[in-house]
Design a protein around this ligand. Structure first.
Ligand SMILES: Cc1ncc(COP(=O)(O)O)c(C=O)c1O
Ligand SMILES: [Zn+2]
Length: 376
């Protein structure tokens, strides 16, 4: 096992989660070849840092890549990577499954996470599937609607009163002391699991651009690492241009990127409807910033109004996503993409998780006697 800090270069042979310098660590770059297999775990067997425990898979990954009609209107070829169909409705399941495979092999009996929505449900579900206990730490502001979905799987939900930003680091420290393996947003195994998104995209198209809703930066780092490994393995000819998409009301990475800052600073008073990507102090912010600059990639911030419009537009094509997941489509308006460009937008999570905030369609009341009139 070899891990490296992408910021300071320190190396580790133990499965630590963060470098002494405070930044996240990541696994060495894997190289290999694809095989014939049913799941992405089998087809890209050479690329995982731990053997996936397939008997406990819930069928995460291998999600559809859907050609969008919107692309024709915009003069591009637009594909939607539909991660909403994962077992607990978001891409998080890919990372949760791989990290939990490690936790099980390493002998942990209890796992945990710090989240309020998608990741909480994912870790809670997979802990039950793997026969492990789960400690889900949530913020004071976590909604009842979301917590119900977490508790349903059987994990212990703990509402923590205090600075939510500090909770991430506190959980790793206490987890180590108490033998609880915390699978937070940029856990190194979680990031490896996200590479599958890049692998599956590359099996179907060679995109020029990939739009990635970004909060902590874990997803962005995973998709980037996946494409880089394919490129270095000689399996793709070009690296796509990756675009990190944030909500204007909480865009610490885009701000640092455009203002030429060396480090990502905390974003004060975050406010956006895209709550799932509203981490004001992203733990992988600096690592994402480095990737953006190194590869000449881009960061785009989109308005709540643009997000709402994009969410509605996607629903009109049969894809109901949460506001955070519509940000990639909202970003299209702000990007001047060349005619015919091949673009993939990752639809990260389902709209069913944020039903309260959803715009409801009209309901027509109709007496049975008047049904004929109503149908006209
Ligand atoms: C729906 C959705 N999209 C995107 C993201 C961004 O992922 P990351 O925090 O790894 O940047 C999240 C993270 O919680 C999410 O829940
Ligand atoms: Zn370091």
């Amino acid at each position: 096992m070899k891990l490296r800090c992408p910021l300071c270069g320190r190396e580790y042979s133990e499965p630590v989660q963060r470098c002494e310098c405070g930044e996240p660590v990541e696994f060495e770059t894997f190289h290999g070849e694809p095989y014939i297999g049913k799941s992405v775990w089998e087809r890209f067997y050479d690329f995982w840092p731990v053997e996936p425990v397939l008997e406990f898979s819930l069928g995460e990954g291998d999600t559809p890549l859907v050609k969008s009609r919107l692309g024709e209107e915009l003069g591009i070829k637009l594909y939607l990577k539909n991660e909403t169909v994962n077992p607990t409705w978001s891409f998080k399941d890919r990372g949760t499954f791989l990290a939990m495979s490690y936790a099980l092999k390493a002998g942990y009996r209890t796992v945990g996470t710090v989240s309020t929505g998608n990741m909480a449900a994912s870790v809670s579900a997979y802990a039950s599937r793997f026969g492990l206990k789960a400690k889900i730490l949530v913020s004071e502001s976590a909604s009842e609607e979301k917590l119900k979905a977490v508790g349903a799987y059987g994990g212990d939900v703990i509402r923590v009163h205090g600075d939510y930003g500090r909770l991430y680091f506190e959980s790793l420290k206490l987890g180590e002391k108490l033998g609880v393996y915390f699978i937070n947003s940029d856990n190194p195994f979680r990031i490896e699991g996200y590479k599958g998104i890049a692998f599956e995209i590359a099996e179907e198209v060679s995109p020029d651009y990939v739009l990635i809703p970004t909060s902590s930066g874990g997803l962005f780092r995973g998709v980037a690492k996946g494409f880089i490994e394919l490129y270095e393995s000689g399996l793709i000819d070009n690296l796509p241009k990756l675009i990190a998409v944030q909500a204007e009301g909480c865009s610490p990475i885009c701000r640092a990127f455009h203002e030429g800052e060396e480090k990502v600073e905390r974003f004060e008073n975050p406010k956006t409807i895209a709550k799932a990507i509203a981490n004001p102090y992203p733990p992988s912010g600096n690592a994402v910033l480095k990737l953006l600059r190194e590869f000449g990639w881009e960061c785009v911030a989109v308005s709540d109004e643009g997000i709402r419009k994009a969410q509605e537009r996607l629903a009109r094509e049969g894809l109901f996503v949460q506001p955070a997941s519509a940000t990639g489509i909202a970003a299209l308006e702000k990007l001047d993409l060349p005619e015919g460009a091949k673009v993939v937008s990752i639809l990260t999570g389902s709209g069913l998780r944020t039903l309260k905030e959803a715009q409801t369609g009209k309901v027509m009341e109709c007496p049975l006697e008047g049904l004929e009139k109503c149908l006209r």
